[in-house]
Every structure is written in C-alpha cells, then in structure tokens.
Design a protein around this ligand. Structure first.
Ligand code: C2E
Ligand code: MG
Ligand code: MG
Length: 708
C-alpha cells in the first residue's frame, strides 16, 4: 500500500489530539488495566497518569450503580463492540459526578481484544443547570413548594393512580382571606414571610406522594390521596383551615388570617385533572361567597346542570337567529255569545332534531338571563306582524303575548314596546294585550303599575296571568290595574271535582267582578267546566276543550268552522245568583264523599272521619243541607226529597267500609252499586233544585257532571 505524507505524521498528530481534547480519554488493555490516560482525564478525575496507570477503572467506581449495570455494559462490549451511556463516577477527592461515557473495544488481528478506549465528558455542570432549570420551572422560589406546572404534572399521575387503585383523591384549593390587606398594610416582605409560614404548615398535611403546591399569590393547592371516606375529608378540611387560620408570629408580632378552601373529590367528580382544579377553584369561590373561613365541596351534579343550562342558552340564542322559534295561537272565546274574542300567542321552538318544543322545556332555563328579554321582544314583533297579516286578510283579532318577569322589570321595557309598536304603524295598538305573571308583578308593584299606565297611553292592555298562584292580596289588586285576570288552569282543572277549587274559582270571579276586571278561565277542557264557569260568572274561556294552540296559518279556518258547545247556549241567558253558590258546592262535596268510599274500596286509605262517614249531619253536604240549604230552600219539594236519599247514603257508606274491612268484597261491591244509584238520585234532585232556582225550563243533563 503506498504511504501518503499524512501516514507519517498521523501518530504524532493523534498524540496531540489526545492530549488537547476536552474529553477525558482512558485506554485499558485486554485485561482492563489502564495503560493510558490523557490530560483531561487527570483534570476531571483528579488522578495523575502515574496514579491511574496500572489500576483498573474500578478506581473511579462511585458505588452508584449495581452489578447488573456493569454486567450490561460488558455484555454490550462483547456483543456489539461498544457501549454508550451516562454513568456516575467518583473523583479522587471523593466527589461523585455524572459523565457521558462511550467505550469501544478495539479488536486485535487474531479476533481477540487489543484494548478498550473510553471517552467521557463531565456533565456535572450540565446536570446542575438542568436541575436549576427544573427548580425554576417546577418550584416556587419563595416557598419552595411545587408550582402550578409541577402540580399539574403530579396531578395527572395521582389521578391515574387513584383510578387504578380505586382510591378517593381530594383536590383542594386554598386561598387566604384578606391577604391583600395584610400585604398593603405591612408590606410585601412581611406578606412573603407569612406565605412561607403557611406553606410550612400546609406541608404537615401531606403524606407520601401527596402534593402541596403554591399556585401563585396567596393561593395553594393540595392533592391528598388515600382519603378513606367523606368524614375524613371533612376532618382534613377542618385541619387545613385550622392550620391556615392559626396566628403567625413574626418578629414578636402576631398576624391572623383565615382561609377559604374549595374541594373536589375524584372519582365522584370524574373530570380530567385540569378540570378538577377548576372545580376546586369554583368551590373555593363558593366558600368565599359563603362567608370565608370555611370549605365548600364541589357539587358535580349542580355543575352539570349549570353546564347544561349554558349549552341550552347558546343553542337557544342560535335558534333565535336561525328562525327556529315560532308562535302558535290559542283562541279565547266568550262562552255566552259564542264569539272568538282573541288569541293567546304561545312560543314554540321548532328544534331541528328534537321536534316542536313547548316553552316549559326551555324558557325556565333562561328566565334569569337577558336572552329572555331578546326572545320577548321577538315575540312581540312577531305577534304584531301576525295581527297586521290577519288584518289584511280581513280578520280582526286581538292577540295577547306573555311577558317574562325579567323583561317586564327592565327600566327600558316601555321604550322597547314603543319601538316595536312604531315599527308596525298599520297595527292598532289596541289589538295587543300583554300577559304578565302575577308573581312577576308582585316583585315590584310600583314599577309594574307605572309600566301599565304608560302602556295604556299607547293603547296596549294588560292581563294578570296564572292568577291565584302568586299569593296576591286584595290590596295588590288595587295596585296592579291590569284589566283582565286569567284564572290559573290548576284551579279550573278540578273545579268539577274539588269543592275547594270551586270555592277558589268562585272567589277569584267575585274579586274580579268587585274590582271591575274581566276574568278569563284558562285550561277549560270539557263543556261541563265551561257551563260551570259561565254560571259562576266567568264568560271568557280558553283551553283544549275549545281549541289547542295552533300555527297562525290554521287560525282563519278554525274561526270559520268554530261552533260553540250546545250546552253553553242552554245557559247563555240565565244568570246565577251568587247566593246560590253553596248549592253548587254541595253537589261537588257529595261527589267527593262518594269518591272517597270508592278509593277505600280500591285499597286506599279512608279519607273520612268517623263522623263524616256515619253521620248524615256531619259530612260537608250535611252541613250545607241542615244549614244554608235549609234556610234558603227548606220549602222547596226538590230540597225536601233529598233528605231520605242522603240518610240512606250514610247507612250504606259505613256498611261498605265494614264489609271491605272483613274482606267480604262481593257483598261490598253489591253495596257500592246501591251507593252509586243513590248518588245519581242526589245529583238529579240537586239539578232539579238548581233548575228551579235559576228559573230554567230546559233540561240540561246535569247528572253527567262529575262523571265517575
Ligand atoms: P300560560 O301563559 O299560562 O299559557 C297557557 C298554557 O296552558 C299554554 O302552555 C297552553 O298550551 C296551555 N293550555 C291551554 N289550554 C290548556 C288546557 O286545556 N289544558 C292544559 N293542560 N293546558 C292548556 P304552553 O304553550 O306550554 O305555555 C306554557 C307557559 O309558557 C305559558 O303559560 C307562559 O307562561 C309561558 N310562555 C309561553 N309563551 C311564552 C312567551 O312567548 N314568552 C314568555 N315569557 N312566556 C311564554
Ligand atoms: Mg299566558
Ligand atoms: Mg296562564
């Protein structure tokens, strides 16, 4: 092989290179005795070449690595001819230091080992820098507690471990109460010392892998694992508050602070680590709001509801912009004249996936949000638009619109109404009625009165909706001058069965008449309810018994086809004396008494006192018969005829109860049939009595009322 000039100077240069490189170099023979070290070796290890040569590398052994580590190294050298890795060695002065080491086995001509060449770099400085960086990025400089970044990392691990071991993990957020005041008053240096003291105390709570971290300012986090049960959580929370709340003694001065603690518990709160912290934070704010110096446990269910509400809110706002909302209209009719007197506009949401939604499914979730105000304005505008459209078709219809409390109570409500009306100059404002909830009007009667009176100036009228549900007092009717009262449908529903509801409805109608208000009954489902309402003096009704709410397009045809129930025409020209009202009540009292016997037959409890059951003078019907009824109708034959039947009823009733008790069901049923026949006779006699009192000659089928 030809020799180049480089070949001849190479050994010399190699020697220079070995001596001047910054890496330590050590060469050992096949028996692993050191035969060469360079200058950098001496600098790093502290051993001179004389001291090193002849020794084995065990000279540098730090004891840091076990036998397995060295076995792995030798295996790699044997099998691959080299090894590379990080290793801790010991300097001559005893210091242990990390180095990055690379060893190569140099083969000889016979396939054995000529020598081993080890090249290493001292990376202690690098390690120190890394550690420092680690400290800076993961620990809080003031308290030396883990910081937010470190907490987040640890929390991920702890959540994983808690999930695996099926353990309770408490994630807690602590914020000092009034720390800012202390800082402002005594200066930041003192504030810092207080923080350090509190950090020290909080550390006492932590065991094993628990974490106490400082998130910044006066905010600390604790992640505690292995909490056995809720009692323990409470105990720990109390302890943390006591630790944080104990006075701090600094330079002979005492400083007292308290803390608010928010807690969430994994896995009850199954959120991801970041969300757990957020939940603990939320709970901490609730502890603050609850009066500080306390802890608050995060309620996952409550939070879920809040979240669902937020989502619904967003979705509903979108629905408003995407034209998914619409109004349906439910007619109101005059029972006596058969006239259609107006429509109530009722909101619907045509949801692309869920179909047509009723307001009860979405409005209650937004009633405390400004979105309801926006929706309310949309409803008014849409109703005005519709009134105008009907008007152009030749239909003159008034429309009432529901107004939410939040909308009504706003300062700018009247202005908003004015703007709406101005935008529909062809709609007479008199066609618009606003329905306000009794409960909303009660919240601020003075404001509402002002709104009503100002809107009157514009021509708009008002109704009090759901009347009877809002605990209104008499004086309140004086304060809220709405022209119309709408009797809540819950009273109308049972008016035929429940004499208390009947009395309530009668009372509302009486009140409305006394205050010269119009009264509208909601929720009229049967013709009989209509008859009763009319006789009580309420002529205007709305309900499924007349029509269900329908899209605007269906209204003209409905009006054209509408025929009032024939039963109503029968009573149209009679007027019932209110002093005869107890007679009506007596009828429903008797029906109710019989129902209670039937309920007992069916295995229910007996809702009658012994007196009410056995004594024909002590049931509610009996009270009427021998009291008001006797005085008012005592001479009328229909009234006299009632007594023997009623007495018989009170013989049979107790019999049925006894037979049922004795388990003689067949006989009991037989007696029930007799009782029902007597009930029909009583209702017939009562109807006859009512007819003769009202001076009616026609014969409506009164026994049909309150069917069983
Ligand atoms: P409301 O103002 O008392 O309206 C009457 C409700 O009773 C309507 O329910 C109507 O469909 C229902 N209803 C009518 N007749 C009968 C009947 O014979 N039987 C029964 N069981 N129910 C009957 P809807 O449309 O579901 O509305 C419920 C409530 O939602 C309304 O009660 C009203 O308070 C509110 N609401 C409806 N639309 C709006 C709106 O545009 N704005 C506001 N703020 N609230 C609205
Ligand atoms: Mg209404
Ligand atoms: Mg209502």
């Amino acid at each position: 092989m030809p020799h180049s000039p480089q070949d001849s100077i190479a050994p010399h240069l190699a020697g220079i290179a070995l001596e001047h490189t910054n890496d330590g170099i050590m060469i050992t023979d096949a028996d692993n005795h050191i035969i060469y070290v360079n200058r950098a070796f001496a600098e790093v290890t502290g051993y001179t070449p004389e001291e090193a040569i002849g020794n084995t590398p065990r000279l540098l052994n730090s004891g840091h690595h076990g036998a397995a580590f060295y076995q792995g190294m030798w295996r790699a050298l044997r099998e691959q001819g080299h090894w590379r890795g990080e290793i801790w060695d010991r300097r001559k002065n005893g210091d242990i230091y990390p180095e990055r080491l690379s060893i190569t086995a140099v083969p000889d001509a016979e396939g054995g080992i000529e020598c081993y060449v080890a090249v290493f770099t001292d990376i202690q400085a690098l390690h120190r820098a890394e550690e420092k960086l680690q400290r800076i990025t993961h620990f809080d400089a003031l308290t030396e507690l883990p910081n937010r970044a470190q907490l987040s990392e640890r929390l991920h691990q702890l959540v994983e471990a808690a999930r695996r071991d099926n353990q309770l993990l408490g994630v807690m957020l602590l914020d000092l109460d009034g720390f800012k005041n202390l800082n402002d008053r005594y200066g930041h240096a003192l504030g810092d010392r207080v923080l350090v003291a509190i950090a020290q105390r909080l550390k006492q709570v932590a065991r094993g892998s628990d974490v106490v971290a400082r998130l910044g300012g006066d905010e600390f986090a604790l992640v505690l694992r292995g909490l056995p049960h809720m009692d323990e959580v409470e105990r720990v929370a109390d302890r943390i508050l006591a630790l944080a709340g104990a006075p701090c003694e600094i330079d002979g001065q005492r400083y007292e602070l308290t803390a608010s603690l928010g807690i969430t518990l994994f896995p009850f709160d199954g959120a991801d680590p970041d969300t757990l912290l957020r939940h603990a934070d939320q709970a901490m704010y609730q502890a603050k709001e609850g009066g500080r110096n306390r802890y608050h446990l995060f309620d996952a269910e409550q939070d879920q509801q809040a979240q669902t509400r937020r989502q619904l809110l967003d979705r509903l706002a979108m629905a408003l912009n995407h034209d998914e909302l619409e109004l349906h209209y439910q007619p109101k009719v005059n029972l006596r004249t058969g006239q259609v007197v107006g429509m109530e506009a009722l909101l619907r949401w045509r949801h692309p996936e869920q179909g047509l939604l009723l307001p009860g499914t979405f409005l209650p979730h937004v009633e405390h949000h400004d979105l309801i105000v926006e929706i309310g304005e949309w409803v008014v505008r849409r109703a005005l638009l519709q009134i105008g459209a009907w008007e152009r078709e030749g239909l003159v219809i008034s429309v009432s619109v529901n107004v939410a409390a939040r909308q009504l109570l706003r300062e700018d409500f009247v202005e908003c109404m004015r703007r709406c009306l101005d935008d529909f100059p062809d709609v007479p404002p008199g066609r618009l009625e606003l329905e306000i909830l009794e409960s909303a009007a009660l919240e601020n009667t003075r404001h509402v009165r002002g709104v009503i009176e100002t809107c009157w100036g514009e021509g708009v009228s008002f109704a009090l909706d759901d009347f009877g549900t809002g605990y209104a007092s008499l004086s309140y009717l004086r304060d809220i001058p709405a022209e119309t009262l709408k009797i809540d449908q819950s009273f109308v529903r049972d008016v035929l069965e429940d004499s208390d509801d009947l009395t309530l409805v009668e009372g509302i109608i009486g009140l409305a008449t006394a205050f010269r208000r119009t009264v509208v009954a909601e929720g009229v489902e049967t013709p009989e309810q209509g008859v009763l309402l009319m006789r009580l003096g309420c002529d205007i009704a709305q309900g499924y018994g007349i029509a269900r709410p329908m899209p605007a397009a269906a209204i003209p045809a409905w009006i054209a086809d509408y025929r009032p129930d024939p039963q109503w025409a029968l009573w149209a020209d009679t007027h019932w004396e209110m002093s005869d009202f107890p007679l009506l009540v007596a009828q429903y009292d008797h029906i109710k008494w019989v129902r209670r016997i039937l309920f007992y037959m069916d295995g229910g409890t007996l809702q009658l006192s012994p007196g009410e059951l056995c004594d024909h003078r002590q049931c509610r019907f009996g009270h009427w018969y021998y009291g008001h009824g006797w005085r008012r109708y005592g001479r009328l034959q229909e009234f006299i005829d009632l007594e023997p039947i009623h007495v018989a009823v009170h013989r049979i009733g107790p019999d049925i109860v006894e037979l049922r008790k004795a388990g003689q069901l067949e006989q009991a049923r037989e007696r029930v049939r007799e009782l029902l026949a007597l009930k029909d006779q009583i209702l017939e006699k009562l109807a006859a009595l009512q007819r003769s009192v009202a001076g009616k000659s026609v014969e409506p089928d009164f026994a049909q009322i309150g069917l069983f």
